[in-house]
Design a protein around this ligand. Sequence first.
Ligand code: WT7
Length: 645
Amino acid sequence: MTGKIEHASHDEAPVAPPTDFAARANVTEQQYRDMYARSMHDPEGFWGDTARELHWHAPWDRVLDWQSPHAQWFVGGRTNIAYNALDRQVQRGLGDRRAIVWEGENGDIRTYTYAELLEQVKRAANALLNLGVVSGDRVTLYLPMIPEAAIAMLACARIGATHSVVFGGFSVSALADRIQNAQSRVLITADASYRRGTLVPLKGNADAAAAQAPVLERMLVVCRADCDAPMQEGRDTYWHDALAAASSDHDAAPLDSEHPLFVLYTSGSTGKPKGVVHTTGGYMVGTYLTTRTVFDLKEDDLYWCTADVGWITGHSYIVYGPLLNGASVLMYEGAPNHPDWARFWDITERHGVTVLYTAPTAIRSFMRAGDDFPARHDLSSLRLLGSVGEPINPEAWRWYHRVIGGGRCPVVDTWWQTETGSIMLTTLPGAFPAKPGTAGLPMFGVDPAIVTREGDDVPDGEGGLLVIRKPWPSMLRTVYGDDERYVRTYWGEIPGVYFAGDGARRDADGYITVMGRVDDVLNVSGHRLGTSEIESALVGHASVAEAAVVGRPDEVKGEGVVAFVLLQNGHTADPAELRRHVSRVIGALARPDAIYIADALPKTRSGKIMRRFLRQVAAGQEISGDTSTLEDPSVLDRLAATPAQ
Ligand code: WT7
């Protein structure tokens, strides 16, 4: 299971887009060069023109106000992203176009046209207003991948409520923490969700979280499964009842461009997850432009992003970006391997998916399951493939290109983050040859550099830290409730530039290869986890005195979680119980793959844990490097002889 992931090198042969794809591309090489150049020397002109393609209730006075590190975009402008995603499309004559084609894991299918989606969103907006939600309130969503997730997000946006979507795989206490941190009075959840053929009891988790989150007052409950979740009188209302009782007339609120659209919690290298705050106008313009250009969207596309709406990818590239472009979006509720590993290919064939955006971890699972699964299906509708979430190793890239894309579909490897809001680096599909394993060139307005810790440029070809030197419209604005943390974390590590933790290098063609995190953040199956979060979960268990968590290379997940645990006196090791405990505190995604019960950790004389050595032990490597700063180097020999459990 554990194997070293092969990393991109400079000698990967570039793969040019097919000539017919390039001939029809939304952005050609020359257009990219012209647009990019303008976005650098005249950002206000570039972004102003792009923003004018959308609807504004009132024009802005200034495109950008940059008081480093705080940016305001389209200052003084008023708009509504839900209006732009829906009302505007209906006005343009797209009312009958499919907005969402949804498939449940159990085979249910529902389709919403733009007109139907708009009607649902208006009702949901009124239902929220009826619950007393007002502009500026936070509303937490804990939902499966069902159309109501998009409807609820858009309904919040329509009235100016700030949504906070919590991934359905997070535990009760993770949900409660997020509700409490965001001070949300209202939670939207569902009775249950289908996952690998069984029902996940979301409402049960929501009830337990409510008991730990005193700020919560009301719950709207979507009935996805059998509708038999216990409802608390006076607190809980069924979504369908609330929508039926609500009017379908609603005018979208004209919101300030900097009105907070959503909070999304993400892990950092220290402390509790941060609530990343995105605002309205800049996020709207950034997701709108990147969706059209990166995914080369055309009228007759059926676009499928397999992420969950609980992550930024789902926000930007399932809901907002595609709908702002009038795209038809496929949404799937369940697991990729239910009933078997052909499910994605079955969906692709039956619905005629043309653009597919998924994650390297999924691609590696498909590779491992074997070529027979895709071979059972006709995948000729596909014309473009995308990858996101972690570095894609060249072997997986080539398999995706050859087996799924039939050798004819360009693959766009997109680098970005929760914080960046929209895609920052990629190789536009019809404009340039792609290099397997390398994200590529900066998107419009993005000014990347590869630097040292001190902020000095490193020469092409050498590894360094990836930073962004200019503000961009969809950048995060702050950390919810903790602006000081925003300033320190993102703009304080390397003076004057944005840095969120990745190492990278640039080649002579200007293509950037992102190599992975350089901080204590793990990327497990494309999910971001802070090692300190998992450590504090472990230390919260009665049997644990101390814990250190590191990643180890994993052939499928990219990284696996490895925990080194020191037990309290008198306690015995129970690795299964520790795994369950981490699942309870954070969620199943954080469960350690391996646990070492240790008698000591490798520490310096000043008490700092030397994680470098723990990573070597976790990966089964020989210990190498200078061990002389350790207080007791013999700890390493004992660790190396300890079996993983
Ligand atoms: C981290 C951000 C934004 C999408 C989902 C993840 C890693 C993401 C790539 C890529 C190399 C990538 C980075 C980044 N990452 N995409 N194409 N190539 N690394 O969002 O949870 O905020 O995680 O994911 O390490 O910092 P996120």
